[in-house]
Design a protein around this ligand. Structure first.
Ligand code: HEM
Length: 395
């Protein structure tokens, strides 16, 4: 492909992302601060531009931006603009503080260790299937006070919904896919009803109790539950998958964490910066607007190129290098009013996995012959599988 967008605009699907996202982001940044795309949309590639879009929701709306997910219930808070969005965030905020995240740390650590128990004696595993996928699902179930036994069916249903989202508008979903989607709706609907009746001690039950004077409808509560499934699971799974991929392929980086585990929180941030789970975040322009000299017409789809913006050379030195001692306020959790509500919990999840894994399995590498590639284009970027080999241990 040509590195420069021609008259017809850049084709996102042609970005060379599969082996090294750095290459793809470089093509994007080289194409300009606001890139015109072949499908008529635009992509913002600078940190300054990304901040501007995130912080001006009245110009860059989330309202129609997530329609491609084809959700039959309103996805709140992610697909709302202020003032509705402000109301939802005010309701959610008390349940997603650094303190509430720390309260989940103990159970999260137990869950990670149980999953590591399942592989440690084997001497090999697919860390995505065995840890990166099940773990965030277990944290979600704990947060919502749902049984951990539901983990695998939740993951199966979620995969179907994501697949439906990718196919949205392209073709009729297969009947079995629709059936799985309905099963997830029934499951989530039953949970909403139980929480409304005051059962359990999950986030939804507590949210209903705390907002009696301004209650969420059942449809809103269902949409909220869906947003958490769609926003929380794959981002954490994919982030963990690229972290393991990177650390397994680079023994010097891995050893830094083994020798000094206090580096792990900063290492997590640096790996989130260099390989964000979401390369782009969608918005829709509510009016004609000029950004970095480019006219963006009303109604245009505008992608916030987080991946490119996180490596903006105007902001940080040697942006393609991974440096665990770098302190940079990256955009991987977004910015402005929609900044990830699960950020504190996500950080606990990622830190606890890296701490426990490196404490128990400090020496590991990619299984021979492994070539790690991400699927692109994709709403959420990660490796489907990261096969690892290590010395079997009984601790
Ligand atoms: C590494 C893991 C994660 C990453 C990289 C991530 C990233 C993001 C980003 C970029 C946004 C902003 C979307 C936008 O501006 O339109 C977002 C929003 C959101 N995230 Fe996360 N997230 C992660 C984990 C989680 C977890 C664990 C949860 C749930 C506990 C969660 C729940 C949400 C929700 C509900 C929103 C919507 C917030 C709003 O619209 O106000 N995320 N996330």
């Amino acid at each position: 492909m040509s590195d420069q967008p021609g008259m017809d605009g850049l084709r996102l699907e042609e970005l060379p992302m599969a082996d090294d996202r750095g290459l793809g982001y470089a093509v994007l940044r080289d194409a300009g601060p606001v890139v015109r795309l072949e499908d008529g949309g635009f992509m913002v590639t600078t940190r300054e531009g990304a901040d501007y879009v995130f912080k001006n929701p009245e110009i860059f709306s989330s309202k129609e931006a997530f329609d491609t997910l084809g959700s039959p219930v309103p996805l709140l808070p992610i697909a709302f603009d202020p003032p509705d969005h402000t109301r939802y965030r005010r309701m959610l905020q008390p349940f997603f503080t650094p303190r509430t995240a720390t309260e989940l740390e103990e159970s999260a650590r137990e869950q990670v260790n149980r999953l590591i128990d399942g592989v440690i004696e084997r001497g090999s595993c697919d860390v995505v299937a065995d840890l990166c996928k099940p773990f965030p699902a277990e944290v979600f179930l704990t947060l919502f006070d749902l049984p951990l036994e539901d983990r695998d069916r939740l993951l199966a249903w979620k995969d179907v919904i994501i697949k439906l989202a990718v196919l949205a508008g392209a073709s009729e979903p297969a009947p079995e896919a629709m059936q799985s989607a309905m099963q997830l709706f029934e499951y989530a609907g039953a949970h909403v009803a139980a929480c409304r009746a005051g059962k359990g001690n999950g986030v939804l039950t507590r949210l209903f109790a705390a907002t009696e004077d301004d209650p969420l409808t059942d449809e809103e509560a269902l949409g909220l539950t869906f947003s958490f499934i769609l926003a929380g699971l794959d981002s954490a799974t994919n982030s963990l998958s690229t972290m393991f991929g990177r650390l397994a392929a680079d023994p010097a980086l891995r050893r830094q964490l083994v020798e000094d585990p206090s580096l792990i929180p900063d290492a997590v941030e640096e790996m989130l910066r260099i390989d964000p789970a979401n390369a782009t975040i969608p918005r829709v322009a509510t009016r004609d607007v000029e950004l970095h000299g480019q006219l963006i017409p009303k109604g245009s789809a505008v992608g916030i190129g987080i991946g490119a913006a996180n490596r903006d050379a105007a902001e940080l030195a040697d942006p393609d290098a991974v440096d665990f001692r770098r302190r940079y306020n990256h955009l991987t959790f977004g910015g402005g009013p929609h900044r990830c509500v699960g950020v504190h919990l996500a950080r606990v999840e990622l830190r606890v996995v890296l701490e426990e894994w490196h404490r128990r399995i400090p020496e590991y590498e990619l299984a021979p012959g492994t070539r790690l590639q991400v699927t692109w284009p994709s709403g959420s970027i990660g490796f489907d599988s990261v096969p690892l080999v290590f010395s079997p241990s009984i601790d």
